[in-house]
Design a protein around this ligand. Structure first.
Ligand code: URA
Length: 301
């Protein structure tokens, strides 16, 4: 790879990390092309915004990106393109969610993409919950246990819940994509963020869950979820505010895996943790929860 190409790629990845993105997707063969093994691609990086201008300032030291992968091309789809709610039968929220999970398990739209793995991981938690968290997609631990947020990011989320005075069973934990995104070859424990097409294939399930659970507040975790729910792009800009998703106030904050990455850097992720905590205090206030002085004092400068 030429020094200029390497510099541009490094700069681009740094910008993505600053924007709170956990993964980037490169077109199949792009790394080969950059390393001079093939002609340059005619098309830009799929799914990604163009690389930032080389002269723009990098504000912070480079952060390790989780992984950069080749992946099979997927059909282009607008995520919120007519996402129909699914009609489910049942006398209670729990019954309706169980019926929805059975429909999601079949999911022809998700399965026909051929880019997601077999096992569906549906949501967990209280069907009557007032607070619903939406993450991006199951990873390998979640797939093994068939439960969202049980891996390292899940443990971080459980810690945030504990700080809020909540248990996992008090809230509803969902994902914008119900299947672990696949990676060609020996995937091992490597995870990646869902593509737009993968989120589009599952977004009806999430919107139907929102309609069934009818939480008082939703928390959108990270960049993919913001995009998937149609809130927008750029989690750094969006975080800390409530947005309307199906009439429900939705707080945007960082995905816990972003905190995990930031913790490995100088500073120990203090800024990211403080910002997430500020966002959670707003959620607690909006939900009418009592906030102790100790809770208010966490991460105070
Ligand atoms: N990240 C998510 O968004 N969801 C999970 O279940 C695990 C990691």
């Amino acid at each position: 790879m030429s020094n200029q190409a390497a510099g541009l790629l490094k700069h681009y990845l740094e910008q993505r990390v600053l924007a709170g993105q956990t993964h980037v997707v490169l077109k199949p063969g792009l790394l080969d092309q950059m390393q001079g093994r093939k002609k340059p691609a005619a098309q830009p990086l799929s799914q990604a915004r163009p690389a930032a201008k080389p002269e723009s300032k990098v504000e912070r030291a480079s952060t390790p990106i989780a992984a950069t992968f080749d992946r099979p091309a997927t059909r282009k789809a607008s995520i919120m393109e007519s996402p129909a709610l699914i009609t489910v039968s049942g006398n209670s929220k729990a019954e309706k969610l169980a019926a929805l999970a059975a429909i999601a398990e079949q999911s022809p739209q998700a399965r026909e993409l051929g880019t997601l793995r077999e096992t569906m991981v549906f949501s967990v938690g209280d069907p009557e919950a007032q607070i619903m968290f939406i993450g991006e997609a199951p990873g390998d631990e979640e797939e093994l246990q068939r439960e969202p947020f049980v891996g390292p990011a899940g443990q971080k989320l459980t810690g945030i819940l504990t700080a809020m005075g909540l248990k996992r069973s008090d809230v509803y934990l969902s994902s914008i994509c119900k299947f672990r995104p696949a990676i060609n070859g020996d995937q091992g424990s490597t995870n990646r963020a869902p593509t737009d097409a993968e989120m589009a294939a599952c977004v009806s399930y999430v919107l139907t869950e929102i309609a069934i659970v009818a939480p008082k507040i939703i928390i959108a975790l990270g960049a993919s979820v913001c995009k998937g729910l149609g809130i927008g792009e750029g989690v750094m800009r969006l975080r800390g505010k409530f947005y309307d998703v199906q009439g429900i106030p939705t707080m945007v904050t960082y995905h816990p895996s972003y905190i995990l990455r930031e913790e490995r850097l100088a500073g120990g992720g203090l800024r990211a943790k403080r910002e997430v905590w500020e966002d959670m205090l707003k959620v607690m206030e909006k939900n009418g929860m009592t906030i102790s002085e100790k809770q208010r004092g966490y991460f105070k400068k």
